[in-house]
Design a protein around this ligand. Sequence first.
Ligand code: NAP
Length: 438
Amino acid sequence: MRHLAIIGSGPAGYYTAEAAQKQWGDDVRVDIFDRLPVPYGLIRTGVAPDHQSIKGVSQRYEKTALSENVRFVGNVTVGQDISVEELQELYDAVIFATGAPNDRPLDIPGEELANVFGSAAFVGWYNGHPNFATLDPDLTGRNAIIVGMGNVALDVARILSKTQAEFAGSDIVVHALEVLQTSKLEKITILGRRGPHQIAMTPKELGELGLLENACPRVDADDLPEEGEDAMLEPGQRKSVGHLRSFAAIPEGSRADYGKEVAFQFFGVPERIVGNGKVEALEVAETELRDGKLVATGKVETIPCDLLVSCIGYRTSPIPGVPFDQRAGRFANDEGRILPGLYCVGWARRGPSGTIGTNRPDGFSTIDKIEQDYDSGVLGSIRKEGRPGFDRLAEARNLDVVTFRDWKKIEEAEEKAAREGAPREKFVRVEEMIRARG
Ligand code: NAP
């Protein structure tokens, strides 16, 4: 029998468990650890609450979770309740599927001011992640700036722009809905350090900005390259730029029908956040691309800003003793191998890129490597104890392990508590989750 421990129950974790099942059938036991009592990681607390169809993929993970040889071990923090070394003594292979939960900092003065947030915190707040449920952003100012031109920036812009009615059918948590109701925001600027051809937004997600009830996207036509130059872009990017062109073509007259504006500002790098205790403005250094390289022109503009959310990517949490690539912000690894017996998948392996589905081949390829390491003897010839060993340790330490069956009770309680038309009302505190298990 093979014994695997996967740390993290998000998409990367469950796809890897699925791959292990496919590879070894009944000859494997997989324990999936999570520090939260609830599974699914980014599906639950990263994917936007109004993108329910994407969240539907959790049904696939549930199928994996309910099979005999896969077990959810919730409410257990690796590094605190059990060490990586202890896991390695119990399991043949330990796989980090811990994602990239920390914000990359802007590293500019003023980042500590109130109402300045990274996207991990801000997205975690409106998605009810226990670590960020008490964030309490102030949306009563007129101007918000979102730094970065990726899909997370789009998620944040859309959530800040939607009317209450547009949240129907979403699972946005009630504390966020209440704060959004107080919003006086009029202008949401999405700031990019490069130009329209370099945005990291995908067409479907960018197109959604043009469908908002009370917010109108704005692109200055002068910022767009000659239309003919779009031909050299790959098709998806060309489509995205097409959306920017259609936003630039919105007649000025029709803008008055909207209460909010989502304005794209290109070629600007945040230089300093200004404010007395709380953010009041952002100093932005103008940039240009010379031979593909970003250079500052020397001009600096000060933009009013009452709320700043930086959406510039994420970093994996390092673990003492586990090799880490500081520059890339993920575990140092060779195609998923960190050290003999230690592996990583998903964002912890390749950094924060790609879609949810990208994690599937990633998980399968890591399981391939583990199979090779079994074959070549890297994982030793004696199989480890696995589950029974962990259960003994959990009992000795009095760990309050939350099982998948417990999660189903928590899920049921969340579904029962849902507002009309919503799929669930999430518990946002760990104690509430544990209590709901009964
Ligand atoms: P991302 O796609 O990598 O975009 C990050 C953005 O931040 C880029 O525009 C980047 O500009 C900019 N940036 C980086 N460092 C900066 C700095 N110091 N100052 C100013 N700007 C900076 O990251 P993301 O938006 O966090 O998304 C992460 C991954 O999740 C992506 O693969 C994304 O597609 C995916 N995702 C998908 C969905 C969806 O499919 N619905 C939703 C959310 C996220 P440069 O290009 O100049 O570096």
